[in-house]
Ligand binder design. Structure first.
Ligand code: ADP
Length: 449
């Protein structure tokens, strides 16, 4: 096992990792920018090192400063959390070159899945069903129109290097294609330095269903069921739940075993998520995330497993904590991402939290790093915290969520709490009857179809 882990992240996920380390008896090193000197993860870690000024590129993404922090403190492993350097294959390699463990998958797998075109090709090879689309990138000299016509409109132009919903444009008809191609390519070039794009059939009312996996890197791999992340705004998840209200045990077992087999073949190491769109009873692979995800607590609540703790144990060479047959899904869980944003315009609302009361009681969990008097800095993501609720059934879970949301107080800044209080009372949400475009239609004041 590791002796000392450096946590190359901030906010709630840094705290989440710290908690797992404490339970395992591993010493912790927090790193922080000058803007985060008062942050909770810094206060709770055994040691802390300032790695630079507020902008992420100069601090949380500053690889030389992170290496120096490992050297100074004698850390033997780095946990990257999510975002920042978590899916940076080069970072994993640099750590290895310095005899430091990267708590995550093998660098080759990070690189492979980071290129969405290569990821799709790999998925197909491994027997995972994919969204119909172009065979790889659409080259400038290729007849994009012919490819699009063969897929059938509407088509979605997507960036090979995509992430966070950027570099994605829909072409509803033939007339939209040229513009969608240029805008997506330009956006991708600006955001990721790679203009390659590919085409996919644009699905009209799918759900976003993702399968959580765990692999030992030696050919052992299991799946831990699904999360339904269909409630999205600008392709960003807002509310996640598991099990999906749309999936039955047979479909879960079918897609789960396909994914687990693929991970066994790859000899995948650590935690990962294989994402699908699901429409008319069929699953279509869109991408794989090779890291712990924001919404991992949903799976923890229904499986009883501590995913971050298992991730650390496996990175240190440990075995899978259980066999596929031993995995049980108990009850239902929902997570709401409470952001420091105006609940109508979604404009970020950083600033000082004057009043803070997290809800409690049976089945209620808060993963957050804020406290009363904490100032949310304007430099990073706007997550205030995740409210995660568990119940024996989906109905009980909703009942608890309603009361927890009403109990939660965050004052001094604007938050998205009012949006969740409304959603949890919406008939379509209560019925579990929604798809990936539902929330945007609802927010636009339309009757979601
Ligand atoms: P990113 O890496 O930018 O997050 P993804 O490929 O994971 O991109 O897609 C993010 C979201 O965009 C999906 O959850 C879904 O809402 C939407 N999306 C992606 N592909 C399609 C598609 N072919 N048809 C319709 N919506 C899609």
């Amino acid at each position: 096992m590791f002796d000392k882990i450096l946590i190359a992240n901030r906010g709630e996920i840094a705290l989440r990792i710290l908690r797992a380390c404490k339970e395992l008896g591993i010493a912790t090193v927090a790193v922080h920018s000058t803007a985060d000197a008062d942050a909770m993860h810094v206060r709770l870690a055994d040691e802390s090192v300032c790695v630079g000024p507020p902008p992420s590129k100069d601090s949380y993404l500053n690889v030389p400063a992170l290496l120096a922090a490992c050297e100074i403190t004698g850390a033997d492993a780095v946990h990257p959390g999510y975002g920042f350097l978590s899916e940076n294959a080069r970072f994993a390699e640099i750590l290895a070159d310095h005899n430091l463990h990267f708590i995550g998958p093998k660098a080759d797998h990070i690189r492979l899945m980071g290129d969405k075109i290569e990821a799709k090709k790999t998925a197909k090879k491994l027997g995972i069903p994919v969204v119909p689309g172009s065979d790889g990138a659409v080259a400038p000299d290729q007849d994009a129109m012919a490819i699009a016509k063969s897929i059938g409109f509407p088509v979605l132009v997507k960036a090979a290097a995509g992430g966070g919903g950027r570099g994605m444009k829909v072409a509803h008809t033939e007339a939209d294609l040229a513009l969608a191609l240029t805008t997506a390519a330009n956006e991708a070039k600006a955001a990721f330095g790679d203009a390659s794009v590919y085409l996919e059939k644009y699905l009209q009312k799918p759900r976003h269903i993702e399968i959580q996996v765990l692999g030992d890197g030696r050919g052992g791999a299991i799946h831990l069921g699904e999360r339904d992340c269909s409630l999205q705004r600008r392709h960003q998840k807002v509310w996640e739940e598991g099990p999906s209200p749309a999936i039955d045990a047979a479909s879960r077992a079918r897609i789960g075993s396909t994914v687990a087999k693929a991970m066994q073949q790859m000899k995948y190491l650590g935690v990962g998520t294989v994402e699908f769109l699901y429409e008319d009873g069929e699953f279509y692979f869109i991408e794989m995330n090779t890291r712990i995800q924001v919404e991992h607590p949903v799976t923890e609540m229904i499986t009883g497993l501590d995913l971050v703790l298992e991730q650390i144990r496996i990175a240190a060479g440990g075995d899978l904590p259980l066999t596929q047959d031993e995995v049980t899904i108990t009850g239902h869980s929902i997570e709401c991402r409470v952001n420091a944003e105006n609940p109508v315009t979604f404009r970020p609302s950083p600033g000082k939290i004057l009043q803070y009361h997290p809800p409690g009681g049976l089945g209620v969990r808060i993963d957050s790093a804020v406290y009363q008097g904490y100032v949310i800095p304007p430099y990073y993501d706007s997550l205030v915290g995740k409210l995660i609720v568990h119940g024996k059934t989906r109905a009980e879970c909703l009942m608890r969520l309603r009361r927890a949301l009403d109990e939660m107080v965050v004052e001094g800044i604007e938050t998205t709490l009012p949006l969740f209080r409304a959603l949890v009372r919406e008939p379509a949400i209560i019925d579990g009857d929604y798809h990936i475009h539902w929330l945007e239609q609802y927010l636009a004041g339309q009757q979601p179809g």
